[in-house]
Structures are given as C-alpha cells and as structure tokens.
Design a protein around this ligand. Structure first.
Ligand code: HEM
Length: 409
C-alpha cells in the first residue's frame, strides 16, 4: 500500500489537525513528503523524545551505507542543514562534542545575561523602526514579520557574533533566503551562500586586529584559538539556527498575547511570569515543527515499529508538544504546567538547541517591550486567517499585519 503523503498546510489549525490525526492513528508512520522521498515520521511525545536521545538515529548523513542515499540530487535532505560543510547540526560523536564545546560556555544560561543590555537596546531600535514603518503606512496596517520579528533576531545574533551593525539586515536577508524552499544548488542560493561566507570571513579578519566583546573575538583569543574552518561552520550554524526560529516564536507570541489580555497582564507583571509564558508559547507552537533529519544507522524500534537501517526519520516536535498523553488540554495556551514534561521545542539530548538561553532571553525582553510600547497593538487579520509557509524546517507566517495603535476602522 502506498504510504500517505505528509501535507503542509498554510492554515495553522488545519496543519495542527493534520498532524494530530496522524498522531492519534499511530505514533510512527511511513510517509512521503510532498517532494516525494519516503521518510519515517514519529509523532507521540515519548517516542519523539526517545528518538531525539537515541544515538542510533544519527544526524550525520555520512553514516548512511550509501553516502548518496536515495535522495541523490533532490532538495531533501540535501538542504542547508545537511549539506553545507561539517557543523554541529550534521555531525555526531567526538566531532560534534568538539564543535559544541567551542561555544557552549558562551551560550549557557549564565553567560547570555551579559547580552541583556545589548538586546534591550537593539529591541528599542527595532521598535522605533516599526513605529516609523507604521507612520509611513498611514491608514494601512504594518507587517510585524518584516518590520520587527524577522530583522530583530538577525540583529541580535549579529551583535552576539560580532558582525558589523551595518550588515545585520544582510544577515536577515541571506538567512531567510538560504532557508527558503528554493533548490540549494540554484545560482541564487549559491550566491547567497557565498555572500554569507564572505560576510563571516570579513568579520573574522576584522576581529583579528580589532577584537571586541563578542563570540568571534572570544573564539580567536581562546588559549587554543579556533581555526577558520571551525569558526565558519560554527558561526554559520548560529546564524542559520537562530534568527528564523526566534522570529517565528516572536510572531506566534504576538498573535497569542494580542488576543489574551489575561496572559499579557501576567507576562508584563514580572520576569518569572514572562519566562513561564515564553516557555508555554514555545510548547504550544514550536518554531521547528520537526527536528533536523535523523538517519537510522541500524534497525531501531520506536513506538512498537521497527524503523529499518538507512531510513530517514523526522521527529515531529510540534505533534509531540500537543500530545494529550503528555499534556492536559494540549491545544490551550496555559502557562504553569509544572507537573507536565518539558516541551521539545528546543529538542532534547546531544543536539538540543545550543541557543536556547539566548532565544529565551530575547523573547522575554522583546515581547513585553513590544506590548509596553504599543499597548493597543491588535491583529489586522484574524489569527485563523493568517497564512503560514509550509517548508519542512521553516514554518513561519508569510506576514503578520497589525495595527500598532488599535484599528482605525
Ligand atoms: C525560539 C528559538 C529557537 C528554537 C525553537 C530552536 C530550536 C532548535 C531545535 C529544535 C534544535 C535541535 C535540532 C535537532 O535536534 O535536530 C536546535 C538546535 C540548534 N540551535 Fe536552536 N532554536 C532556537 C534558537 C536558536 C538560537 C538563537 C541559536 C543561535 C544562537 C540557535 C542555534 C542552534 C544550533 C547551532 C543548533 C544545533 C545544535 C546541535 O546540533 O548540537 N538556535 N534548535
């Protein structure tokens, strides 16, 4: 029997329903992606978490029996995450531990607090820009996606890494393009890839003679200075991993908080409440609906199903985060789920998100700042009519039209 095709739906409620139906039918499915290749999809919380922590499900496509695998020449899984050089996301074992160790300490929960003041400043600048865009739009709503949620995280990671502020908009543009559905070998994608590499190399060269309080300078001045190859792959992983996910979390948070005065009031009350709210928003709508590709290095049993050696596996973080076996009333946004398991929006196990603490802090600063600055912010398009892109790794709002000062009509 032909396996079912995994749908990607631009309407969020349809999408949630589609994956909920798959999850309730069975935890593990053999499915085909819209582009064609067959994959094994894992949907229930316990199995997704177990899959994330199972080292037989590798992130390294080189461990497959045939390096070309059955996807040869196609977009999936030869995308930015699995094809461009060796970096944290596509290595395992000792090589992965070595790459993570380069920046792990700099991105710990304690270490990221040194970026807080800088993030507050950058958020303020982006809010000024948003206000100006709204003024220019006159009677029309302003797009919070392109005007705030997208550029802000690119600026923050640019600041952390040490990229010149003039180039932060380029980071936003290039990362967005590189994660799009366009074929990775298209001339435009290759150009964007080279432009981003050039930008990182130029930054590294500048930091060699003019170091600052940033990650590249820290890596260059370590007792064993990081080589250019590792610097490139690490900075690239941070630039690709950070901005799109944080932007999606920001926009989802705005959608929810703008229609839930009770949550907003609590989130604005104090830092602990903001942190709890951010965590629940991430559970409710994880920006990466799936973890990065995993490849079975041997037969692996999961959810009572044997996933065969060499299979490609998609661990559905979004479906798991709404699993009623793990969460009471999973579709509701309901902070204070102390007695329920940790959500999987940042993954779990050795590849868990290395930027999680930075992302948490950025969201905890930016969401309250947005609503304090524009207390009458409201959606110009009802939440259930918003259009989501449907790429595998980068599910995000196409746009988020808002009124900053309440609807004029
Ligand atoms: C709300 C924002 C974010 C979300 C939801 C998110 C989500 C994730 C997830 C689910 C993974 C695990 C992927 C897997 O197991 O296949 C991951 C890994 C990663 N994330 Fe994030 N991320 C966010 C923000 C960031 C930021 C701000 C950075 C950069 C500072 C970042 C950099 C990375 C990197 C480099 C990895 C790979 C880690 C590894 O493979 O060892 N992420 N992220």
């Amino acid at each position: 029997m032909k396996p079912p095709t995994m749908l990607r739906l631009p309407n969020d409620a349809d999408n949630v329903e589609h994956y909920a139906a798959l999850r309730e039918e069975a935890s593990v499915h053999r499915v085909v992606l819209p582009e064609g290749p067959p994959v094994w999809l894992v949907t229930r919380y316990d199995d997704v978490r177990a899959g994330l922590r199972d080292e037989r499900l590798s992130s390294d496509p080189r461990l497959l029996s045939s390096p070309k695998h059955k996807f040869g020449g196609r977009r999936i899984p030869e995308d930015m995450l699995s094809s461009t050089g060796r970096h944290m996301l596509n290595t395992d074992g000792a090589e992965h531990r070595r790459l993570r160790a380069l920046v792990n300490a700099e991105l710990s929960s304690g270490a990221v607090t040194r970026w807080r003041a800088g993030i507050e400043r950058v958020v303020g600048e982006h809010l000024d820009r948003l206000a100006e865009l709204s003024r220019q739009a006159g009677d029309e709503p302003v797009d919070l996606m392109s005007g705030f949620a997208d550029p802000l995280p690119a600026s923050v990671i640019g600041m952390v890494v040490g990229i010149d502020p003039d180039r932060w908009p380029d980071v936003a543009r290039l990362v967005r393009h590189l994660l799009s559905d366009e074929h990775p070998a298209s001339p435009e994608m290759v150009d964007s890839y080279h432009e981003l590499i050039d930008l990182i190399v130029a930054t590294v060269e500048r930091k060699r003679t003019d170091p600052g309080d940033d990650l590249i300078s820290a890596l260059l001045s370590a007792p064993e200075p990081t080589g250019l190859r590792d610097l490139l792959s690490t900075v690239m992983a941070l630039l690709i991993g950070g901005p799109p996910t944080t932007a999606t979390a920001m926009s989802h948070g705005t959608v929810v908080l703008s229609s839930r005065p009770d949550l907003l009031k609590r989130a604005l009350a104090d830092d602990t409440e903001v942190a709890t709210t951010v965590e629940e928003l991430l559970r409710h709508h994880p920006p990466f609906p799936f973890a990065n590709w995993r490849f079975a290095t041997e037969d692996v049993e999961l959810g009572g199903v044997t996933i065969p050696k060499d299979a490609t596996v998609l661990l559905a973080l979004a479906a798991a985060n709404r699993d009623p076996r793990a969460y009471a009333d999973p579709d509701a946004v309901c902070p204070h789920r102390e007695h329920e398991p940790t959500h999987l929006a940042f993954g779990s196990g050795t590849h868990r998100c290395i930027g999680a603490w930075l992302a948490r802090m950025e969201l905890a600063v930016a969401l309250p700042a947005l609503f304090r600055r524009f207390p009458r912010l409201s959606l110009a398009t009802p939440a259930d009519e918003l259009v989501w892109t449907a790429a595998v790794f980068d599910r995000r709002l196409e746009s988020l039209p808002v009124w900053l000062h309440g609807s004029p009509r």
